[in-house]
Design a protein around this ligand. Structure first.
Ligand code: BGC
Length: 705
């Protein structure tokens, strides 16, 4: 459709048809076989008159989608758009985003996103409520599992790769992307979901905003506003954030959707007296579509009749929605490349990639020379995840049937002699003395013990904040008992967030963070443990030493009294008296079975200017006998500024593969714009002076002139 065709269509639409286009309702409103729910439903109170006109349905299964669309076509109505939370897979589940980010492999992330978009698109989905681009620095918040972690630069690269993969050319096998949750949703006070975020302007501009902006620049078709109040103003009502910044300054002219029921929640936030006022506030703020609240459905008509909202304003929003549908080809092809029958979905390529992604996304944190396991090793696998058949994560709408448990994969792969002890009840009770006795006795007879532990997948995700993120004391007891009788233990950690592992770390000779690895997780895990795959991931989010350190991240500012743990000399330093300042494992930690050495860090010049970027090169050599992949992280320190500058900030990374004995040179370009930050006057600019570049233990300095 051309622009003028859209405009003339709008002229012919009734008021209900127009309001309907600004409403997104859950699949439950249209079909009884849709049971995916991500928020309240009973008290929504949506005017039933509007339901047949709704412009969007969320999370509709293919069959219902086709039936509804058929009716629209038959009755010459505007086709509906099926939107869905395709966060890390549709039918085939991939590792959760926090895990995928730890691969630092952007081409891989792009490919994965394209594959889950393909599955979703073939099943009738046109747009996904993804990626979530909320920077995650508080692991108590359950949704860190959906994030890329704590670093804004990693977030910018991740946003681009994810969106390019998912949207592709917007043709067959792709879905539209929706950047969410704009903005600052991820730092709720106390880590409790939906709570207000207190983020200073500078922190917001320099750390929280860049990933969203990168996503919008990458062409994301939609933005979802957050549930949260940011500095006291809920985002649906936050004019300086949405109307002034996102729409006017960033010039985002696509559809902005509220989060689930968030317009109504303005009443709960007590910035609107009732739903009608909430409707007016959100509408005037530029929220185009109301997701799952009664506000637009029930009150827009009244507000138009009262002259508080003009029909012209309504038409502008309808235009945005119809243009979105048009961009995605829904008018030309209302079933939008979907299959007629889901049985025809071929998941082979997704399964292969999901395996590759899982193997590249598990982080080896510690290895006292006991991994990889060898054929001659007799290995005991113990813990509550031995028979787990659902390493999917909270956004797996359709339970994947392809997942094999670790026990099943052990049998199939036949790597070495082994036995398993399943402890499924350990989350609910401590093990009985006779169970512990049996486990100890058995563990003492094996060469290696692999503990499959962590938190259950339902403990992370939306509305799953935790005040205590330590691994359960029942599990710690199990680990201790095993370690008492066998020092060759490997702890494999499953979970959707950085957990506090301080006790586990002491009692394990190796530590592997498996996160929630998806459909092929069991297989990938065993291939890593037995050395068929070489670990090559690094933490995208620090693992705290204790909850008391939160929020904790590497990019912290220095204090006037840096805490060097010099307590014996003088206690007046920035430190805790009961624990270290450092996290247990910091952002960027991650080992390999190979050994890499870094040398020859060279800068093309020791002066950098706006006109003349510098080239940074470094040599990396694999000095082991094992082929492996290495992630090279480039950090920069700005020595002095008009405001305090962090000790170091990530400004570049690369992932390379090196055969045994092979050496490669890797290069990066550093430009003046990479050195910008919000200065004393809040304007983003660089400040001339001395900078250092760090790659591993190497350092070089340059001057910005
Ligand atoms: C979540 C969003 C999600 C939406 C629709 C909300 O509860 O916060 O991330 O896209 O539900 O399912």
């Amino acid at each position: 459709m051309t622009e003028s065709e859209i405009l003339s269509l709008i002229k012919k639409m009734s008021l209900y048809e127009k309001i309907g286009q600004l409403v997104c309702l859950g699949g439950q409103f249209f079909s009884s076989d849709c049971d995916t729910l991500t928020g309240p439903i009973n008290n929504l109170g949506i005017d039933p008159k509007i339901i047949p006109y709704a412009g969007f349905a969320s999370n509709l299964p293919l069959e219902s989608y086709r039936t509804i669309q058929e009716e629209k076509i038959k009755n010459k109505k505007i086709p509906i758009m099926n939107v869905c939370d395709v966060i890390h897979g549709y039918k085939t589940m991939f590792p959760i985003p926090l895990s995928l980010a730890s691969s630092f492999n952007m081409p891989l992330i792009k490919k994965c996103a394209s594959l889950w978009a393909k599955e979703a698109s073939l099943c009738g989905v046109s747009l996904s409520f993804a990626p979530m681009l909320d920077l995650a620095r508080d692991p108590r918040w359950g949704r860190v599992m959906e994030s890329f972690g704590e670093d804004p630069y990693l977030g910018e690269c991740y946003a681009k790769a994810y969106i390019n993969g998912m949207q592709g050319n917007l043709k067959a096998g792709t879905v539209g992307a929706c950047v969410k949750h704009f903005a600052g949703y991820s730092l709720p006070e106390g880590g409790r979901d939906y709570q207000m975020s207190m983020i200073t302007e500078r922190v917001f501009n320099d750390y929280y905003l860049p990933p969203y902006i990168s996503g919008i620049k990458a062409g994301a078709l939609m933005v979802m506003s957050g549930f949260n109040a940011l500095d006291f103003v809920p985002t649906c009502a936050n004019q300086s954030l949405i109307k002034e910044y996102l729409i006017k300054k960033v010039k985002f002219d696509g559809v902005i959707i509220s989060d689930y029921n968030a317009i109504h929640e303005l009443v709960n936030h007590r910035v609107a007296e009732n739903d009608k006022e909430a409707c007016l506030i959100a509408f005037k703020n530029g929220i185009t579509v109301d997701l799952m609240s009664d506000c637009y459905s029930n009150y827009l008509e009244e507000l138009i009749k009262e002259g508080k909202v003009s029909e012209d304003e309504l038409d502008k929003n309808v235009y945005k929605v119809l243009s979105l549908k048009n961009k995605l080809g829904i008018f030309d092809s209302p079933y939008r490349f979907s299959l007629e029958d889901e049985k025809d979905l071929d998941t082979k390529e997704s399964i292969e990639k999901s395996y590759e992604a899982a193997a590249e996304s598990m982080v080896l944190l510690k290895n006292d020379s006991i991994l990889p396991l060898k054929k001659k090793n007799r290995v005991l696998f113990v813990g509550p995840f031995v028979k787990e058949k659902g390493f999917y994560g909270s956004w797996s709408l359709y339970k994947d049937k392809n997942m094999s448990s670790i026990e099943k994969c052990l049998k199939e792969l036949n790597y070495s002699s082994y036995d398993v002890i399943d402890t499924p009840d350990i989350f609910d009770r401590s093990l009985y003395p006779e169970e512990l006795f049996y486990i100890q006795k058995t563990a003492s007879l094996f060469d290696r013990v692999v503990l499959l532990i962590g938190e259950r997948q339902e403990e992370s995700g939306e509305a799953s904040s935790k005040g205590n993120i330590s691994i359960s004391s029942n599990i710690v007891e199990l680990v201790k008992k095993v370690y008492e009788v066998n020092k060759n233990t490997v702890s494999v950690i499953f979970g959707g967030r950085p957990l506090v592992l301080t006790d586990i770390d002491k009692e394990s000779s190796a530590l592997l963070y498996a996160f929630i690895p998806g459909t092929m997780g069991s297989r990938a895990l065993l291939d890593i443990l037995y050395g068929k795959k070489n670990p090559s991931a690094r933490l995208p989010m620090s693992l705290p030493y204790s909850v008391g350190q939160i929020p904790i991240y590497y990019q912290a500012l220095p204090t006037g009294r840096p805490g060097y743990n010099k307590i014996e000399e003088n206690k007046y330093y920035s430190h805790y008296i009961d624990q270290p300042n450092e996290p247990l494992y910091s952002f960027g930690c991650g080992l390999s079975y190979s050994n890499f050495v870094y040398s020859d860090l060279v800068l093309s010049s020791d002066k950098l200017s706006k006109e003349k970027p510098i080239k940074v090169s470094v040599k990396v050599k694999n000095i082991s006998k094992i082929k492996g992949k290495e992630i090279i992280l480039l950090y920069i320190r700005d020595h002095f500024g008009s405001v305090t500058r962090p000790d170091k900030e990530l400004k570049g990374f690369a992932k390379i593969s090196l055969s045994a004995g092979e050496e490669k040179e890797v290069s990066f370009t550093i430009q003046e714009r990479d050195l910008r930050f919000s200065g004393i006057d809040y304007k983003k600019k660089s400040e001339p002076g001395k900078f250092s570049i760090y790659i591993e233990k190497l350092e070089k300095t340059f001057e910005l002139i």
